[in-house]
Ligand binder design. Structure first.
Ligand SMILES: C[S@@+](CC[C@H](N)C(=O)[O-])C[C@H]1O[C@@H](n2cnc3c(N)ncnc32)[C@H](O)[C@@H]1O
Length: 200
């Protein structure tokens, strides 16, 4: 089963532990402490980060490759009265060449760790193109010593590979390691990476 099929199946069956009203506290903290601007939400799911940002005055582009995610996210944004502040795109984050805005902030909560090496390179290149110099990029991933399929969960990505992927064009301000417990499943290692687009 491809990653797309695995994720589309989750949306079909409602197996979506990330479907919470609010984005994670790390995203809330970032949005609450920044002036509103333009934001890119990579792998937006049902749009919880995008909707929170739009409520705080941000103009958002939100990308996910599962049509059902984008449809429901757009409905939720409209119901929250912020539909006009978010442009939803049913596309892969592995090909972001279609984006023509420049962003003050980019976030990825749980998407990048599903990408292969070719997709990672494209993602980092396009993000470097459209994130404004000095702007933050907050990334949450499942950590794994080696990228390998983990049943129905995300594959995970090695910390070293995350660092290498963004070595060109980004500064890593800090990493916060943690453990993620999803329902009754075994807990897994995870991390928040606080990158910043380098001024070059
Ligand atoms: C763990 S979910 C998190 C969703 C959302 N960021 C949140 O926090 O609620 C990861 C999301 O990334 C999306 N995704 C995974 N690979 C993708 C790709 N190559 N292109 C676009 N979206 C992708 C999935 O469809 C899913 O909605």
């Amino acid at each position: 089963m491809s990653d797309f099929e695995r994720l589309a199946e989750r949306y079909r069956t409602g197996a979506l532990p990330w479907d919470q009203e609010l984005p994670p506290p790390e995203i809330v903290e970032q949005l609450d402490s920044s002036e509103a601007g333009t934001m890119l939400d990579l792998g937006c799911g049902y749009g919880r980060a995008s909707i929170y940002a739009a409520r705080n005055g941000w103009q958002v582009d939100a990308v996910d490759f599962v049509p059902q995610a984008i449809e429901v996210a757009a409905e939720r944004a409209a119901a929250a009265g912020v539909g006009e502040r978010i442009d939803f795109h049913c596309e892969s984050v592995a090909d972001l060449a279609f984006l023509d805005r420049r962003y003050d902030l980019a976030v990825d909560v749980g998407c990048l760790h599903a990408l292969d090496i070719v997709e990672l390179r494209s993602y980092a290149r396009e993000l470097a193109r459209c994130l404004k110099p000095g702007s933050p990029f907050l990334l949450y991933v499942r950590l794994a010593s080696q990228a390998e399929p983990t049943g129905d969960g995300p594959r995970g990505i090695a910390e070293e590979l995350v660092r290498q992927t963004f070595d060109d064009g980004f500064t890593l301000d800090r990493v916060r390691h943690g453990v993620t417990q999803v329902e009754a499943a075994d807990p897994w290692s995870s991390a928040w990476f606080y990158f910043r687009r380098r001024d070059d």
